[in-house]
Design a protein around this ligand. Structure first.
Ligand code: NDP
Length: 280
């Protein structure tokens, strides 16, 4: 069969692992598809999407800095994409452009299924109030945690996310805090700040972590991030965002193809490529 065409659109996009991940999914599930990188000019996202659609493109993943543009371009949004205010997956269907956001469900799947940590009834601390935190909000609350605390350097942004969350979910307590005002113990602490990019850690009390805590950093690198190193010194179980990356891709693949690929083999291969000395 002639392959269907998909792209990941970003700027920059050369570093994206999505072509590798989707090629692996396609091979595994015998789907006839072709997946490339598409570098769009910073002021040319809509035109790039339009040109790709005219060439017969079936769908796209969207990465930095175009997730808000993709949200504006979509003619239909899923609830989670509308709540996130950002779109990372587009499906072209005739005149319609369907927009979804699979980042948050990718995070939840990696925590619940891959790490084996249930979220129901748990105390969750979400660090950061940027795009990634906002995209994770509804998928986390759908797991019915006992409570969700959103902590951010800029308190007002955490408060905006708190209000947004409570527009969709009323039965779960959601709090907004600065980092220094967080106390108690958490079962799961998720770092959705970009502090790790500067090898920095949000200024948290070490007493928030213990051996029963899962510390999750959305960022991934060959070596543990500053946040995960800090969490490890307080005995926490640590996990980086590579699994989230693979799971958000699997969810996009399902939206386009109606087939669920096996993610664990792909995650193990990516881990090996990222850090050849790691075990899994
Ligand atoms: P944004 O720029 O939208 O938000 C950044 C957030 O980090 C803000 O809350 C900001 O706080 C906070 N922040 C930045 N620097 C510091 C610091 N030094 N100390 C404390 N807080 C800080 O970024 P995104 O939400 O898009 O991305 C966040 C992270 O998530 C990135 O590392 C990104 O790579 C990762 N990510 C991973 C994915 C995956 O698949 N694994 C998917 C998506 C994102 P303030 O509001 O005060 O400025």
């Amino acid at each position: 069969a002639t392959p269907d065409h998909y792209v990941v659109i970003g700027n920059p996009v050369a570093h994206s692992k999505s072509p590798y991940i989707h090629a692996a999914f396609a091979a595994q599930t015998a789907q006839a598809l072709d997946y490339q990188r598409l570098l769009a000019p910073l002021d040319g996202f809509a035109a790039s999407v339009q040109a790709f659609r005219q060439q017969g493109g079936k769908g796209a993943n969207v990465t930095v800095p175009f997730k808000l543009d993709a949200c504006a371009l979509a003619t239909q949004l899923t609830t989670r994409a509308a709540a996130a205010g950002a779109v990372n997956t587009l499906r072209f269907d005739g005149d319609k452009i369907l927009g979804d956001n699979t980042d948050g469900i990718g995070l939840v799947t990696d925590i619940v299924r891959n790490a084996g940590v249930q979220l129901q009834g748990k105390r969750i601390l979400l660090l950061g109030a940027g795009g990634a935190a906002r995209g994770s909000l509804l998928p986390l609350l759908e797991q019915l945690p006992a409570e969700l605390v959103i902590a951010n350097r800029t308190l007002s942004k955490a408060q905006e996310l708190q209000q947004l969350a409570q527009q969709y979910v009323t039965q779960i307590p959601v709090f907004a805090r600065t980092f220094s005002d967080v106390d108690g113990h958490f079962d799961v602490i998720i770092n959705a700040t970009s502090a790790s990019l500067q090898d920095d850690v949000p200024p948290l009390a070490g007493s928030l972590f213990d051996a029963g805590t899962l510390a999750y950093d959305l960022m991934y690198a060959a070596q543990p991030t500053a946040f995960l190193r800090f969490a490890a010194t307080h005995g926490a179980q640590c996990r980086d965002g590579l699994g989230m990356l693979v799971e958000q891709a699997a969810e996009a693949f399902f939206i386009w193809r109606g087939v669920r690929p096996d993610t664990l083999t792909v995650l193990a291969d990516l881990r090996q490529a990222l850090n050849p000395t790691a075990e899994a």
